[in-house]
Every structure is written in structure tokens, then in C-alpha cells.
Design a protein around this ligand. Structure first.
Ligand code: ATP
Ligand code: MG
Length: 800
């Protein structure tokens, strides 16, 4: 084990080594910028504690930020310690939430907490709404309004709910309950406090009650109850050392939990408070969850008081992740913020490339540009890159739609970090199923899926019976699922015994589809005749979409959840703006081109085809092949990219209203903007080698999301030199081989970059991708751009 440890320590620089091998007894803060090896130090320190200080694995607690980080830590240790007898799986490692959940599972009985499930955010929303709806007017009459917050968004609900209960914004209630919980305040404690707000106190109590009825704990409860448990019972007394990654994103209760997990005796040298934390105040982006970078100071004070001796602080200044250009630009961004300790990180990489920046005219154009660049990188002969070297990071989840759409269209394999790909989300699949049903009269899968979603009271048995009956009908020569279903309602089928009520339900379902199809065929005729101007066309399409959304019952189903509703809106937006291209004749899935009927050429069918949902088997095979060679592009929100790194990072959407986000601008205060800036900083510092930034500004063209100014963060970066792309870098044999060694950590073999036919190969491979591509680059931004901006290289306007 000595050797193992030597190997680990040999990889470190001097300060990292100091941090890793600091005596286990003590309190250590490692405060340092991105990519300086904080997480590496934390992992190595766990190995040091296990091997050198011989702390048994189950006496070590490590909190990381994501499940991925926890897995990586365990894997790394397992591979390092494979030859030793240490059982790495015994280490208590995970996010605060998962650790607390496990502790509650083990010892919750003591608090009377047993066999609980976790309520995710959606469950919690649902319960809150139920709770509000269940309140009597009498109860509501006596209430005041909720306490004030920094930003109060008052959004009266529409619909048939009681007017009084709808006067309360559930989001606000949720936030305020969460705030209380994350400061460690239970509902009965709050009720007793002199300054409590009557409404909030009632909601808090009732909400807790509902959770309990359903045997649920919400995320905040996990922490709160675990805190109550460990302060009331000495269940975690055996813990010897607590390590915390991403400390800047801890909130009050997490800080308190850390103290409690680590609690020892200042006078008993065999049991001290032993803590190692790593973090970077500049990367604190969870203030909306009440995280506070001030926890660094709080921790200092806490332990100074307890031990009369300060925490040991070690800082790291060598950056092993990014090139000097990437570090320069990130530092420049952060210097726009006041009250900040200026950092000077030294890049340890040899080569550097100027970042790319472009401004485009719409989200769609921007997505096209991003995907064009990705294809470009991948088209290099013997490209040193894989799809999995690339990440696209955005501020808000809904921004993925445009990008995903283009990725799907180009057949670029990708995946979403934390979260489902847009087109796989439940609400999106559901609305598309209905669009499919309206578009095609013979799409069996879509018919079967929509029959009972939203629930219409068909049981599984009935659906199975319908399925069987459909088969028989088809055998009997009905030419479509639609007509077979119609036959069933009219009672021409003897096999299927449907109750009168079920028949009625089925009949109204079919009537609705019939109505939508009629509307579609009228619209189709008008579109084909060209009698509609684009505005009229768009509004008629919206009408059709609304009809389908409302009458399917999906609106009822999804309007409760703001995110689901936003996603549906995105589909609608795309649907209304879609312009079929002639070469994009749909290939009805399962059928071949020759079997296409007129039915499959309608606007709706073309739309569904265009979003790439009808993959042919060949497409699938092709995609799998691509994936197995090159992995997948990562698509993530900036928040989800915490602690991760990629050779190539795209940060699109650098426009006012997107980054900084609209709500932060509306907030008006400098804190909200500072948080957005740190968010940008986190995004930029994920990049190792190549950084692509872009924005879009559209001048009053679209009906949705009008975004007309380049982000203030970009605007203020005077004196930064950007390039238009990395083509020059890619065209140099020298650079390519260097890039290759930098990214793959080994030099390329001699014949990998055949210089003589390099350009021929390059051109050949690129041609299919750039054929017919045009990007609308925003002239306006060129005019308003600071003089120092350099837009070199070729434009993208007519590459074909
Ligand atoms: P973040 O603030 O983004 O979480 P971090 O400080 O945790 O960053 P790490 O992720 O630990 O940084 O390290 C960044 C990269 O640098 C990793 O690829 C890591 O393997 C590498 N690295 C760290 N220290 C060294 C070193 N001494 N020698 C070589 N590579 C190193
Ligand atoms: Mg890290």
C-alpha cells in the first residue's frame, strides 16, 4: 500500500501534496480556482487517510456534488486500491441528500421515520397544489399574505379553482417552506416563533401532514430530519473524517450537517473534528437554493471558537485543465465583478487557441452554426476528436430544444446530462403521439398509446382486447386503424364486448380526431394553394395545435407543471414555424417510399418526420456505428456541468435574457447578475482546449422569446480577440498533431495525418456537411462590436 500511495502522491504538485498529506487531525480548507485539481486532491486525500492514517473506510464521509462525481471517486479508488484489502464501497460517499437518505434508512427508526420514499420536485408540487385546493374558505379567510421576498412573481391562476386559494403562488410557498427547512426550522418550531406568518405556518403544517400521509420525504426533509437525528442521537459517532467537495454550494443546513457528522471533542486528541473542504467562491451558483459562499468564513469562525486555532488554508494556482486563452477570458469575465479576490491561474498546457465568438440571428441559426462546427471538427481526416470530447452548455433547460432539433436532424449522437433529451420527455412524447394520430390514420402504436393517455377509464384488459380486435379488423380488410376503431364503435365487431360507456368514450375520442383531421386537411389545401401569408398561416397552425392540445385532455394533464407546459410551448412554436422542404417528403415508418399515400404528405406528417422521430433501421444502424466509434456529444445545463471538463465546449445563448437570465435582469439587484456571471464563469472553465461562444439577436422577428441584445458579459469584454473558427488551426499539420497529443495524451502514429492528401481528404469529408448550409450572421453585431473584435477567416454565408 506504500507503493500505491507513492504513486498517487507522485502525480501531484507541491501544494497539492501538502493538502493531500496534511495530518488527518485538523481542519483544512482548500480554496482554489477551477481546474487546479481540487477534486483530484480530495480523492487522493481519501486514499491517504485510508492507507497512511489507516482510518477504516466506513469512518470516512465524502460529499460530492453529483452522483457522477461520487461514482467516479469510488471507481478511481477501487482501481487504485484494487490490490489492497480495503473495501472502498464502505466509504459513505454521495451528495448530501443521498448520504442523509442512507443515514435515515439506517437509523431513522429512532425518530419514528421508517420506510419512507422520496418525493421529487414534481411530487412535491402536486402535493402542495392538493393541499391548497383542500383548504376551506373559512381557513383561508383568516390568513394574511405570505412574507415578502426579494422577487415576488404574482401569477394568479386561471380556471375553476377557488379564487381564494389561487391567490397564493405555489412556487412561492414552496420556496419559502424550503427556505425554512434549509435553515433547519421545523414546522412546529416556526409556528411557535413570535414573528411567524400565519399563512405560511398553516401551509407548512398541512404540507408536512400530506407528505406524512403519503409516507414521503421531500428533498429538504432528508437533510432536516437527518440533522435532527444526528443532533439527538450519537448514531454517527464513529465518523473520523468528513470531506466536502464544491463547498461554495453548501447551504446553512448542509454546513450544520458537516459540523455534526464531524463532531468530536476539542480536548480529546483521539476524537477531534476532522474536516477537509475544497471549493471556489467564484463558482458559487446555487444561491437560489440558499447556498452561501460565506460558509467559508462561517466555518473559519466556528472552528476558531471551538479550537482557538484557525483552519489551515491551502491554495492551488496551477491549472491543469485549460489553455491560457480560456483562463484569460474567464478571468476577464470575473473581473467585472466587484468584491472579489483576484486570481492568477497559471495554465500548464503548452498550446493555446483564441476562443471563437459569433453572433447569429435566431436560436435556430445558432443551433445550425453549433452543429456545423461539430461536424466540421469531426470531418477532419483522422480527427483527434470524438463526439464525447464535446459539450454544449446552456443556461436554461428549454434552450436545448433548438440545439437538440439540429443535432437530431444532423444525426449527431448526443445525450443529456441530468435530464431527458427533449424529444423523450413525457409531455413531448404525449403531444407528438396525438399529432401522429391526427397525421396518420394507420399509426397503430400512436393510437394505442393515446387511447388511454390521459386516462379515459379504459382498463389494461380493454386496451388488450382493442389491440386484438384491431388485428382482426385489419385481417378483415379495414384499411386503417382509424376505420377499424370506427367499426368497433358502430358495433360491427362481435368479438369485442365494449360497454356502452366505453363505446361513448371511444366515440368521442374518434370524433375529436376526425375534427382535427378535417381542420388539418383544410389547412393543408390552403398552404398548398399559397393563399395564406406567413402570419395567418402561423396563427392557423397554432389554432390546430391548441385544438389537439386541449381536446386530447393533455392541457388538463400538463398545465399544472410549468416546465411541462413550457416544453409543450416549444413544440408548438416549432410546429407553427415549420416550413416543409420539398426534399423532405416523409417516409412513413414501417412503409417504403412507394407505399406512401397522400395521407402521409400532409403538413403534420412532414413536421413529425422533420423532427427525426421516424428513424429507419438504416438510420439506427448508422447512428449506433457512429456512437460506438466516437461516443456522444454531451448536452447539459451549466448547473449540471459542475466539476466536469471537456476538450471542446460550446457556450451558446450569450444574449441578454438568456445569460444573464431574464429573471435575474428583472430582479434588478447586482447579486442576481453576479450569480449569472459566475454561471458563465463555470461554463467557460469546463473547456480544456477549444472554446466556442455564440449569441443570437433577433430584431422583433419571432413571436416568441424576443432577444435583441448581446449579453452584457460579452459586451464588456473589450480587448479580447476572437476568431471566427478554428479552421486555420485545423489546417496546420503541426497543430493537429499537437492537439492530438494534448487530448489523447499520446502522440499520434506517423501515418495518422497524411500530409500530402490531407487537404483533399479534408475537403471531401467536409463537403457533404457544408453543402447548402447558410448561416445568417447578425450584421448589427458587427457594427456595434468593439473595434478590437477580430472576425477573421471565411464567413458562413455561402459555403456551398
Ligand atoms: P473544478 O473547480 O472545475 O471542480 P477542480 O479544481 O476540481 O476543478 P480537477 O477536476 O480535480 O479540478 O482537475 C482538473 C484536471 O486537471 C483533471 O483532468 C485532473 O486530472 C488534472 N490534474 C489535476 N492536478 C494535476 C496534476 N498535478 N498533474 C496533472 N494533471 C492534473
Ligand atoms: Mg472539482
Amino acid at each position: 500500500s506504500e507503493k500505491v500511495l507513492d504513486r498517487i502522491v507522485a502525480e501531484l504538485n507541491e501544494n497539492q501534496r501538502l493538502a493531500v498529506t496534511a495530518p488527518a487531525n485538523g481542519r483544512l480548507q482548500i480554496i482554489a480556482g477551477p481546474g487546479t485539481g481540487k477534486t483530484k486532491v480530495l480523492t487522493s486525500r481519501v486514499a491517504f487517510l485510508l492507507l497512511k492514517e489507516e482510518i477504516p473506510p466506513h469512518q470516512i464521509v465524502v460529499t460530492t456534488f453529483t452522483k457522477k462525481a461520487a461514482n467516479e471517486l469510488t471507481e478511481r479508488l477501487e482501481s487504485l486500491l484494487g490490490d489492497t484489502t480495503i473495501d472502498v464501497s464502505k466509504i459513505l460517499v454521495g451528495t448530501f441528500h443521498s448520504i442523509c437518505y442512507r443515514v435515515l434508512m439506517m437509523y431513522g427508526k429512532k425518530l419514528g421515520i421508517e420506510r419512507y420514499n422520496i418525493a421529487d420536485d414534481r411530487d412535491a408540487d402536486h402535493i402542495l397544489k392538493e393541499m391548497l385546493a383542500g383548504l376551506s374558505d373559512l381557513e383561508l379567510d383568516t390568513l394574511d399574505s405570505l412574507p415578502d421576498e426579494e422577487t415576488v412573481i404574482f401569477r394568479p391562476n386561471s380556471g375553476s379553482e377557488s379564487k381564494k386559494s389561487s391567490g397564493y403562488d405555489t412556487k412561492k410557498i414552496k420556496r419559502q417552506i424550503s427556505k425554512l427547512k434549509s435553515s433547519g426550522v421545523k414546522h412546529d418550531t416556526y409556528e411557535r416563533s413570535a414573528s411567524h406568518n400565519k399563512a405560511l405556518s398553516l401551509f407548512y403544517r398541512k404540507y408536512q401532514h400530506k407528505l406524512q400521509e403519503n409516507n414521503l420525504l421531500d428533498f429538504d426533509d432528508c437533510l432536516l430530519y437527518c440533522y435532527l437525528l444526528v443532533t439527538s442521537f450519537p448514531v454517527l459517532n464513529f465518523v473520523q473524517h468528513v470531506l466536502v467537495d464544491e463547498f461554495q454550494d453548501t447551504n446553512e443546513i448542509q454546513l450544520q450537517l458537516m459540523y455534526e457528522f464531524a463532531r468530536g471533542h476539542p480536548t480529546d486528541p483521539s476524537k477531534r473534528d476532522n474536516v477537509t473542504i475544497v471549493g471556489d467562491p467564484d463558482q458559487s451558483i446555487y444561491a437560489f437554493r440558499d447556498a452561501q459562499a460565506i460558509n467559508f468564513e462561517k466555518m473559519e469562525k466556528h472552528y476558531l471558537k471551538r479550537y482557538q486555532e484557525p483552519c489551515r488554508i491551502i491554495s492551488l494556482t496551477e491549472n491543469y485543465r485549460s489553455t491560457s486563452d480560456i483562463l484569460d477570458i474567464s478571468e476577464k469575465i470575473m473581473r467585472q465583478q466587484q468584491k472579489r479576490v483576484v486570481k492568477s491561474l497559471k495554465s500548464q498546457t503548452k498550446r493555446s487557441f483564441k476562443p471563437v465568438y459569433y453572433n447569429l440571428t435566431s436560436a435556430e441559426e445558432e443551433a445550425k452554426w453549433v452543429c456545423y462546427q461539430i461536424e466540421h471538427i469531426m470531418a477532419l481526416p483522422n480527427t483527434p476528436f470524438m463526439y464525447s470530447d464535446i459539450a454544449v452548455l446552456i443556461r436554461a433547460a428549454y434552450q436545448t430544444r433548438a440545439i437538440e432539433n439540429e443535432l437530431v436532424r444532423r444525426r449527431i449522437p448526443y445525450f443529456m446530462i441530468r435530464g431527458r433529451a427533449f424529444w423523450e420527455r413525457k409531455e413531448v412524447v404525449a403531444i407528438l403521439d396525438y399529432l401522429r394520430v391526427v397525421a396518420h390514420d394507420n399509426d397503430r402504436i400512436a393510437y394505442l398509446r393515446t387511447l388511454n393517455f390521459p386516462k379515459r377509464g379504459f382498463g389494461d384488459k380493454t386496451i388488450q382486447a382493442v389491440e386484438r380486435a384491431l388485428e382482426l379488423e385489419t385481417l378483415a380488410g379495414r384499411d386503417s386503424v382509424y376505420s377499424a376503431l370506427t367499426a368497433m364503435v358502430q358495433g360491427e365487431n362481435n368479438e369485442l364486448k365494449l360497454s356502452t360507456k366505453m363505446k361513448q368514450t371511444l366515440s368521442s375520442y374518434l370524433q375529436f380526431i376526425h375534427k382535427a383531421r378535417e381542420m388539418l386537411s383544410n389547412l393543408d389545401a390552403e398552404i398548398t394553394n399559397g393563399t395564406l401569408d406567413s402570419e395567418k398561416r402561423s396563427s392557423k397552425l397554432a389554432e390546430l395545435f391548441e385544438l389537439i392540445y386541449v381536446h386530447s385532455g393533455l392541457k388538463q394533464e400538463f398545465s399544472k407543471d410549468e416546465n411541462q407546459e413550457l416544453n409543450i410551448k416549444e413544440v408548438e412554436k416549432q410546429f407553427c414555424e415549420f416550413v416543409p422542404r420539398d426534399e423532405e417528403l416523409p417516409l412513413y415508418h414501417g412503409g417504403s417510399e412507394s407505399e406512401q399515400t397522400q395521407d402521409d404528405r400532409n403538413y403534420l406528417a412532414r413536421f413529425i418526420h422533420s423532427v427525426g422521430l421516424y428513424e429507419t433501421d438504416d438510420d439506427k444502424k448508422e447512428n449506433e456505428k457512429k456512437e460506438s466509434f466516437h461516443g456522444r456529444v454531451a448536452l447539459s445545463t451549466i448547473h449540471g456541468s459542475k466539476g466536469l471538463e471537456w476538450p471542446i465546449v460550446f457556450v451558446p445563448g450569450l444574449s441578454e435574457g438568456l445569460l444573464p437570465a431574464r429573471f435575474a435582469i428583472a430582479n434588478g439587484g447586482p447579486e442576481a447578475i453576479d450569480e449569472e456571471r459566475r454561471c458563465f464563469y463555470v461554463a467557460l472553465t469546463r473547456a480544456k482546449t477549444l472554446l466556442y461562444m455564440s449569441s443570437y439577436t433577433s430584431f422583433g422577428s419571432g413571436m416568441w422569446n424576443i432577444v435583441d441584445t448581446v449579453s452584457r458579459f460579452i459586451d464588456k469584454m473589450k480587448g479580447t480577440t476572437y476568431v471566427s473558427d478554428f479552421q486555420d488551426a485545423f489546417k496546420s499539420w503541426d497543430t493537429l498533431t499537437q492537439l492530438y497529443s494534448h487530448i489523447r495524451k499520446t502522440p499520434p502514429s506517423k501515418d495518422m495525418f497524411p500530409f500530402d492528401n490531407f487537404f483533399r481528404l479534408y475537403k471531401e469529408r467536409l463537403t457533404p456537411f457544408i453543402k447548402g448550409e447558410t448561416f445568417a450572421i447578425n450584421e448589427q453585431s458587427f457594427k456595434s462590436a468593439p473595434n478590437s473584435l477580430v472576425y477573421g477567416g471565411m464567413g458562413f454565408s455561402s459555403a456551398a
